[in-house]
Design a protein around this ligand. Structure first.
Ligand code: NAI
Length: 569
């Protein structure tokens, strides 16, 4: 096998020992029709390739034409995955050239189809399948990894894949897709990424009944057996790859938080669903607050929904309020959270420990005008509080009604309104309504994609809070700074850097989040913020800011072909 060391060298020259078909079958080295005449001679490729020699530019045009001939999304996904398994440089070059069109095919939403049909479309191995029956040889499985040096692992157990639930081994589509974005945007070299699925069975009866299902045909293991298995994996990983970043992905809610809490102080690890999501929403909020011209310390925030997502965002906002000069108590008093049972208040007995942090003292409501039911709902909170920010993470379609939005907008100049629930038909409001009800004053970000809205002769683009704005850049920052742990402060630093890159700061009708085309550049700023915070916290070796920036630039790989020369036997 070739050495990953060889493949990641930024030098234009690479010493390679593979020849002939073995070289053409190695996607990280293969150049296809772009092998030069000299390389064809050196590696025994004459005759194995058609004679015309193409450039990477020409190949990218031809690959795009072939892509355009596919007429459904799953076929497009299969085509791109096959290209990735044939020629990685060309795959990434194509993605960079057409990022807005191709990212939704490689990752969400189309990757969901790839996971559902994983067993039918499976062609070539990629990453590691660690199945429960093989639990006693996890160290050997890790040692069989395709490439020795690994910077980032994305691992899933396939239980809570996007909005489509338990996909068992089919969940592997997610780590593969997500790592593609680490390489595309963060520039983590593909040879240094490793997708892993922990195959602990599936409770998806449809999958179990399908004759083609490729996973372990067993119901999910649970309880101690589950946690012991995950622990065997983590301990083996700590031994085998002690400096590698482990990103947890699409674990079900009951497992996600306990696993993060158990391991966050043991290795370089984070959970993107929890920390990445909160960082992206927080980053968009920072952009919105700055665009509104107000200060963080003057914000009054109302959440609709008190689930994992809302509490994650509230925790980051609380830290930011404290950092802006408020006391912990004052910061908590600025965050109002409403769920099915009404506003979170101290006399409620149905709150979790995480929710209780945001329970407002019952006395605060003594002077409020309340509905006859006595339940303090969203409408009552908006009537009694001068909310500057309204965030929906409730899954309740249309919850931000015209009267609620008009009431909020009557009290503030630029109301910040984020209907974040997914999918589109669960959104708490539609951006065009928000623009209309606030006469174009609302600063909006959504969870699902929405088309730009026409208002007063202008087209207002709508930012979508997609985790891709943060995780690839965080990965770049961790790798370049050689950080030893991931902290929430590092995620908050990432969010701030994202907020500072908000186009709305330069143009009041621009989107709150950068365009995808600018993400590789923005990723460097975010990575710098992450690395700087890691150094400040003593979790990475100190360096000058210039040195850190240089390391980030050198780490961010750009897909191009190196010149291959024969390795000496
Ligand atoms: P969850 O199920 O844990 O929480 C939902 C919350 O909404 C609960 O507190 C529940 O009490 C509340 N709720 C539900 N119906 C209600 C009603 N009729 N009245 C008042 N409160 C009600 O869900 P989770 O994981 O917190 O996600 C919530 C939504 O946010 C989902 O639609 C998810 O897709 C979306 N989301 C969007 C993200 C983004 O934009 N990047 C990131 C994460 C989640």
């Amino acid at each position: 096998m070739f050495l990953a060391e060889e493949a990641r060298m930024t030098s234009p020259m690479l010493h390679v020992s593979l020849r002939g078909m073995h070289l053409l079958d190695t996607p990280i080295l293969n150049k296809g029709t772009a092998f030069t005449d000299e390389e064809r001679t050196a590696f025994g490729l004459h005759g194995l390739l058609p004679p015309h020699i193409e450039s990477l530019d020409e190949q990218a045009v031809r690959a795009y034409e072939a892509y355009r001939r596919k007429d459904d999304d799953l076929e497009r996904h299969i085509y791109l995955r096959a290209l990735q398994d044939t020629n990685e440089a060309l795959f990434y070059r194509l993605l960079i050239d057409h990022i807005e069109e191709l990212m939704p095919i490689v990752y969400t939403p189309v990757v969901a189809l790839g996971c559902q049909h994983f067993s039918q479309i499976y062609r070539r191995p990629r990453g590691l399948f660690i199945s429960y029956p093989l639990r006693d040889c996890i160290p050997e499985l890790l040692r069989s990894r395709p490439n020795p040096d690994v910077d980032i692992i994305v691992v899933t157990d396939g239980e809570r894949i996007l909005g489509i639930g338990d996909q068992g081994v089919g969940g592997m589509g997610i780590p593969i897709g997500k790592l593609s974005l680490y390489s595309l945007i963060g520039g983590i070299h593909p040879a240094q990424t490793l997708p892993i699925v922990l195959d602990v069975g599936t409770n998806n009866q449809e999958r179990l009944k399908t004759p083609e299902y490729l996973g372990w045909r067993h119901e999910r293991i649970s309880g101690d057996a589950y946690y012991d298995f995950v622990d065997q994996f983590v301990q083996a990983l700590k031994h085998e790859l002690p400096h590698t970043c482990l990103q947890w992905e699409d674990f079900a809610n009951p497992h996600a938080r306990p696993l993060l809490d158990r391991y966050r102080d043991q290795l370089l690890t984070f959970n993107d669903d929890i920390q990445g999501t909160a960082a992206v929403v927080f980053g968009a909020l920072i952009g919105a607050i700055k665009a509104s011209g107000a200060a963080m310390k003057d914000q009054q925030i109302v959440f609709f929904g008190a689930g994992a997502a809302a509490i994650g965002v509230a925790d980051y906002l609380r830290e930011a309020l404290v950092a802006s000069g408020l006391s912990e108590q004052e910061a908590r008093s600025r965050i109002w959270i409403v769920n099915r049972g009404g506003v979170l208040r101290s006399d409620r007995t149905d709150l979790s420990a995480e929710q209780r942090v945001y329970a407002q003292p019952a006395e605060r409501f003594a002077s409020w005008a309340l509905p006859s039911t006595g339940k303090i709902d969203l409408e009552a909170v908006i009537r009694n509080v001068r909310a500057t920010i309204l965030i929906g993470l409730s899954t309740v379609r249309g919850a931000f009604t015209e009267s609620i939005v008009r009431e909020m907008a009557a009290k503030v100049d630029r109301p910040i309104i984020f209907p974040l629930s997914n999918p589109t038909d669960r959104s708490e409001a539609v951006p065009s309504d928000l623009i209309q009800w606030t006469n174009g004053r609302a600063l909006i970000a959504t969870g699902s994609p929405f088309a730009p809205v026409e208002s007063g002769g202008r087209k207002i683009p709508i930012a979508q809070c997609n985790n891709v704005y943060v995780f690839p850049a965080v990965g770049l920052g961790l790798v370049a700074s050689r950080a030893r742990r991931v902290t929430d402060k590092m995620m908050i630093a990432a969010a701030k850097a994202l907020g500072e890159n908000s186009p709305a700061l330069r143009d009041p009708v621009a989107s709150l989040l950068p365009s995808l085309k600018d993400l590789r550049q923005v990723a460097r700023d975010i990575a710098f913020a992450v690395g700087t915070e890691a150094q400040r916290a003593g979790l990475a070796e100190p360096s000058s800011p210039e040195e850190l920036r240089d390391r980030i630039a050198a780490t961010q790989w750009t897909p191009e072909y190196p010149h291959l020369v024969r390795a000496k036997p």
